[in-house]
Write a protein that binds this ligand. Structure first.
Ligand code: SF4
Length: 371
């Protein structure tokens, strides 16, 4: 046994969960709860970092991604969202398929290999709108991958247009859809979900929608929104549900834990959350995500847009292995006052600074470039 493993083995003897994680065993709900409350964050991070090293090595991936929000009009009004507007609001907008294609063309010139397209639940846009958007992008930029519409949007579209989820997905796939982003997952547990995501599908509906997509060969990411009013059990429940579905379908590409961004949200205005969560909690979430999903979903992303680059580097040393992407534009986070632009070169430097190996990947984690 390597010396570093031996030393960690000796250190974790006060935690059954960490001991089991070191042995590569699947962690139970109780193990997860133990880790959410475990007081030695350094040790937790070290075990998660070791797990990352064993499972995916020292490479840190990222993609050149163009983020676009096609509309901010939304029939829902999630308590954690600063982005949505109602139809007719002065600053409500909806892009035409032609405007979207034009922006995508500019993003391609900037080096994007994928477009990430999400928006509000627009109550009037027909399915044709989404089909036209994707067909136009594929016609003019066939080499770009289209990662578009969260499972929550797909579910909404299915209800709005009175088509089954399968029918909606099938028509979009035919129009050029390559994969689904991971948004709208928030937290699945029914105790917390209605308190943060009013008007959105239930956790089970999100999971069922994604399962249908996976079974049709459409892979997806998955997110986890944390740092608001959740309890540790909601986080562990979420991770276990992801793990169980992944065992069935193998269709998740990466988990992206998303830190709740406070500004301009109802949760802030109603003083239900007064501060964003601490960096210590961010690191715990990264580490626990890594250990709960070990051997089943090995890509754990660090969303640097929400963390800032310095904390993102630390999270990469606590179980993270991917930086998501360049995020040329990201209106949702910008609505809550976050920085949103970075180049491939900056991400490469960020990774090299911590002694890891940067790689540019595509949507499906195929290597595009090594630096
Ligand atoms: S999070 Fe999405 S669904 Fe919820 S209000 Fe914002 S735009 Fe609408």
């Amino acid at each position: 046994m390597k010396l570093e493993y031996l030393m960690l083995d000796q250190l974790v003897n006060d935690s059954q969960a960490l001991d089991r994680a070191l042995s590569g065993e699947e962690l139970s709900f109780d193990d997860g709860m133990e880790l959410m409350n475990y007081d030695n964050l350094h040790l937790l991070g070290a075990v998660a970092d070791q797990s990352r090293k064993k499972l995916v090595g020292d490479e840190v991936s990222f993609t050149a991604s163009y983020y676009m929000n096609y509309t901010n009009v939304c029939a829902a009004s999630c308590q954690m969202c600063a982005f949505y507007r109602k139809d007719g609001d002065e600053d409500a907008y909806t892009l035409t398929p032609e405007q979207i294609e034009q922006r995508v063309g500019i993003a391609k010139q900037m080096g994007a290999t994928e477009v990430h397209i999400v928006g509000g639940f627009h109550p009037k846009l027909p399915l044709d709108y989404y089909e036209d958007m994707m067909k136009l992008i594929k016609k003019n930029h066939p080499e770009l991958k289209i990662k578009a519409l969260t499972a929550a949007e797909i579910f909404f579209l299915s209800k709005l247009t009175k088509n089954s989820v399968k029918e909606v997905l099938s028509r979009l796939k035919e129009s050029g859809l390559d994969s689904l982003p991971g948004g709208g997952a928030e937290l699945f547990h029914p105790e917390i979900r209605p308190k943060i995501a009013r008007g959105k599908c239930t956790g089970q509906e999100w999971l069922d929608t994604v399962e249908t997509a996976h079974n049709m060969g459409i892979k997806s990411n998955v997110t986890m929104l944390y740092g608001h009013i959740e309890k540790p059990e909601h986080v562990i429940d979420h991770l276990i549900k992801i793990r169980e579905l992944q065992k069935k379908t193998g269709g998740f590409i990466t988990l992206i834990p998303l830190k709740f961004s406070l500004d301009n949200t109802e949760l802030e205005q109603e003083h239900l959350v007064n501060n964003e969560c601490s960096s210590v909690y961010d690191l715990r979430i990264t580490a626990v995500s890594r250990l709960m999903l070990a051997n089943v979903l090995n890509n754990i992303s660090v969303y640097w847009v929400a963390y800032g680059k310095k904390l993102a580097q630390v999270a990469l040393s606590n179980g993270g292995s991917d930086l998501v992407g360049t995020a040329f534009s990201e209106e949702v986070y910008r609505a809550a006052g976050k920085p949103t632009a970075s180049s491939i070169n900056e991400l490469e430097i960020m990774v090299k600074e911590i002694g890891r190996k940067p790689i540019q990947r595509d949507t499906f984690f195929n290597v595009v470039n090594r630096f």
